[in-house]
Design a binder for this molecule. Structure first.
Ligand code: NAD
Length: 349
């Protein structure tokens, strides 16, 4: 049975990955600091499951990471742990540098020392997979796509900190030979996303009949990747990716923000019409644009498709319908995030 040390596995993508991997028979040691973005409610289905061990801690805590590696002897490390919200990085960049850069460096050093101590097939097969973002490439004009060779040009403190971590991963491969893999993906959406990000935020507000804030003119374009497809891409890269390489992961689903918001409005109007009969699109409110807001991201994932045969299984239309259904069916999960009670467990209350 394969064992993975997953970091940030109580966050949105990490938890989706952990749930899928445990279901598939892998053993997961899940190291997460439980910042505001970590939510043990998401992992409730794994309570009592012997293949999942949750450990609260920081990726930058070298003593803890070294102990976990020595005790559990993982076949791979998958690093999701990060501060991930662009708006928060504008208000307070220091935490982003601390976790995304300094924390990743600590994790890399522990991984290198652990890997050096392995022998034979265990050493040969070990992998360090770093999960990153297409935001490291900066912003696009109306045409073109990010490829793995697009120069880095991060524009927010978040993307700058992720870019720095990607460079460290690359350097650990070239300098120390650490068997690394890096994935750079587009905007994820799906079950269990913290309602500060566009899709769950708009879904929660639209359900409540509240104003739907849209930055600027709403015409910023993102590629949307269903989280389950992202997780399957990571599994595929872990299995067969070439060492030291980076792979772009995208959903082939470029949409303007306003299109995303209107799609959610239409779906909710179909499933849960507002009591007063108004169409939810009337709730859309344009707000002052985010500083340094990148205009367009588009990602070319043909390398991953060509070399490793991965394809996204969801279109934007199927993925967003599944996601809205999930939020409707899992209102208690959303409510516990919105009222803060999801944090009680970690506080021992
Ligand atoms: P998230 O904010 O939902 O979760 C991050 C998790 O990391 C949380 O559980 C948090 O408690 C944990 N964490 C934070 N600091 C930590 C530390 N110092 N030590 C241990 N754990 C820590 O983020 P997400 O959306 O799940 O993103 C996961 C990864 O994917 C991140 O690296 C992010 O940069 C990347 N990514 C996300 C998206 C997206 O659309 N969400 C897109 C591209 C890349």
């Amino acid at each position: 049975m394969q064992t993975l040390l997953v970091t940030g596995g109580a966050g949105f993508i990490g938890a989706n990955f952990v749930l899928q991997a445990v279901t598939d028979g892998l053993r997961i040691v899940n190291l997460d600091k439980l910042t505001y973005a970590g939510n043990l409610d998401t992992l409730k289905a794994l309570e009592g499951n012997g293949r999942h061990l949750f450990v609260q801690g920081d990726i930058g805590d070298r003593a803890l990471v070294a102990k976990l590696l020595a005790e559990h002897k993982p076949d791979a490390i998958v690093n999701f742990a990060a501060e991930s919200h662009v708006d928060r990085s504008i208000d307070g960049p220091a935490e982003f540098v601390q976790t995304n850069v300094v924390g990743t460096l600590g994790l890399l050093e522990c991984a290198r020392d652990y890997w050096r101590g392995l022998e034979g097939a265990a050493r040969e097969n070990f992998r360090f997979l770093h999960v990153s973002t297409d935001e490291v490439y900066g912003s696009l004009g109306e045409t073109g796509m990010f490829t793995e060779t697009t120069p880095y040009a991060p524009n927010s403190p978040y993307s700058a900190s992720k870019a720095a971590s990607d460079h460290l991963v690359r350097a650990f491969h070239h300098t120390y030979g650490l068997p690394t893999l890096t994935t750079n993906c587009s905007n994820n959406y799906g079950p269990y996303q913290f309602p500060e990000k566009l899709i769950p935020l708009v879904t929660a507000k639209a359900l409540a009949g509240e104003p739907l804030p849209v930055y600027g003119d709403g015409l910023n374009i993102r590629d949307w990747l269903f989280v389950g497809d992202h997780c399957s891409a990571i599994r595929r890269v872990l299995e067969a990716g070439r060492l030291g390489e980076t792979y772009n992961v995208g959903g082939n689903a470029e949409r303007t923000n306003i299109t995303v918001v209107k799609t959610i409005c239409v779906l909710l109007d179909q499933h849960r019409p507002l009591a007063d009969g108004r169409a939810r699109e009337s709730l859309i409110t344009y707000v002052k644009d985010r500083p340094g807001h990148d205009r367009r991201y588009a990602i070319d994932s043909s390398k991953l498709q060509r070399e490793l045969g991965w394809r996204p299984s969801e279109t934007f239309e199927s993925g967003i319908a599944t996601t809205v259904d999930w939020y409707l069916a899992n209102q208690p999960w959303v409510q516990r995030v919105l009222d803060g009670s999801y944090r009680m467990e970690r506080l021992g209350a």
